[in-house]
Ligand binder design. Structure first.
Ligand SMILES: Cc1cc2nc3c(=O)[nH]c(=O)nc-3n(C[C@H](O)[C@H](O)[C@H](O)COP(=O)(O)OP(=O)(O)OC[C@H]3O[C@@H](n4cnc5c(N)ncnc54)[C@H](O)[C@@H]3O)c2cc1C
Length: 405
């Protein structure tokens, strides 16, 4: 039996939960099982909504602002030289309402999910295949098959299915590639309070970067990034060995305050991941929509996490997509989807390039003269002169939804 839907969203991550806005009521299909509770999917990670999507955050996602801690600047210490400098999150602007907002990923997902009509998300619904059908009026509709055999016909399909998106693959976008860098990330809980100021602290040395940010009075998010080759085996390692690898190797010479945070990690939150991105020219030359089918969030523009923009960019996508679909009308979804891709393509290209370069410089070079040059550039030029410009360039107003314009 064919299930008829207007808009189907694949994946209930940040993009998938943010997209159902602006007058249409889509069905969201999420592959993971619902094991009870309000919102239980996703790892207990974290997301910072940095800079972009400002108007969107204020007018389209008001609940997010109430739940996030706000920072204008942080500190970065070179552990080899002992020098500390300020790193601005507001670029060359004064601290107004620009800056970083840090919040639990789970809190973010819950805040987005709370705003959806009941039963919008269906769990245990993994997309298996996609086809299209041309109707007599020459419009195109999507035919989806879920892994449990459910067949769905939809006027529009938005693939919000993350880095390894089935929808992006079907569209023919090239797969994400390895940046050669990897990250360990975790959440540490101090039931009696962590005692840190609410500020972002980062530590750099040759080929390594680490940092932490309190999310509230008890929880601290932390990360390390490093060249990936020597730690490949961590991908399948158990959390305890990931933690040991950080304290005994990756962050061995980092300040005691950072190691104290890592020692306190909630092991269930620890992750090791290679940092992947889509080559920017794939977005320029590739096809990010076909008929009424497109992608949003990481499925569209996976990027390395160095600008902390993946989550913010997913929210921007959601607003721009909803606005374009509403303007075109669902009977003309192809046009809405095409306009959305046109509006988002270059923004996504800029973010991917900015994140890649920012990560490469901040992590510092490998040994040798070129490594020394990268480190010198980072310590004397990047944080002072280049990073504020990058921050300025990623400020972006994606507009508002039609109902609140
Ligand atoms: C540890 C970590 C820290 C990060 N920190 C930041 C940060 O500080 N700031 C920031 O902006 N970004 C950050 N990011 C990136 C940010 O989390 C991502 O950019 C964001 O989650 C992308 O959201 P998404 O909805 O596109 O994809 P995802 O959150 O990956 O969601 C995809 C969803 O699709 C589902 N799915 C996949 N395949 C299928 C299928 N076939 N059928 C049905 N469902 C499917 C998955 O189960 C998942 O729920 C971080 C990422 C990580 C891993």
């Amino acid at each position: 039996m064919m299930d008829e839907q207007e808009v189907v969203i694949i994946g209930a991550g940040i993009a998938g939960l943010a997209t159902p806005r602006a007058g249409f009521e889509p069905a969201v299909k999420e592959k993971v099982e619902n094991t009870g509770g309000v919102v239980v999917w996703g790892w207990a990670g974290f997301a910072v909504l940095l800079r972009g999507a400002l108007r969107a955050r204020r007018s389209c996602f008001p609940k997010l602002l109430e739940k996030a801690l706000f920072e204008c600047a942080g500190w970065v210490t070179n552990v080899e030289t002992g020098t500390t400098q300020v790193t601005s999150f507001t670029g060359t602007s004064k601290c107004g309402d620009l800056g970083v907002r840090g919040l639990h990923r789970k809190v973010l997902l819950e805040a987005l999910a709370e705003e959806l009509p009941p039963n919008t998300v269906r769990f245990s619904s993994k997309l298996a295949s996609i086809k299209t059908e041309t109707l007599k009026d020459s419009s195109t509709v999507a035919l989806l098959e879920l892994e449990d055999g459910t067949l769905i016909r939809a006027k529009a399909v938005i693939g919000c299915d993350g880095v390894h998106s089935v929808v992006a693959q079907w569209l023919g976008l090239s797969g994400p590639i390895d940046s050669g860098r990897a990250a360990v990330r975790g959440l540490s809980v101090f039931p009696q309070g962590h005692g840190f100021d609410h500020e972002v602290r980062q530590f750099v040395k040759q080929g390594k970067r680490a940092g932490f940010l309190p999310l509230n009075d008890t929880d601290v998010y932390w990360f390390t990034t490093h060249y990936a080759a020597e730690e490949k085996e961590l991908a399948v390692g158990d959390p305890l060995s990931i933690q040991r690898e950080v304290t005994n190797n990756l962050a061995k010479s980092f300040p005691p305050e950072f190691l104290r945070v890592v020692h306190q990690a909630d092991l269930s939150t620890l992750s090791w991941a290679p940092l992947k991105y889509r080559v920017p020219w794939a977005l320029v030359t590739g096809q990010a929509h076909k008929g009424p089918i497109t992608v949003a969030g990481d499925a569209f523009h996976p990027m390395t996490p160095d600008l902390a923009q993946g989550g913010g960019a997913a929210l921007e996508d959601a607003v721009v997509l909803a606005r374009n679909l509403a303007a075109a009308g669902l009977s003309n979804a192809e046009r809405g989807v095409e306009q959305y891709v046109k509006e988002r393509r270059w923004r996504a290209v800029g973010l991917i390039i900015g994140a890649y370069l920012s990560g490469w410089v901040q992590q510092g070079g490998r040994a040798g003269l070129s490594g020394w040059a990268v480190n010198w550039f980072r310590d004397h030029v990047f944080y002072r002169f280049v990073q504020p410009k990058i921050v300025d360039s990623v400020q972006y107003d994606c507009g508002v939804l039609p109902s609140v314009a």
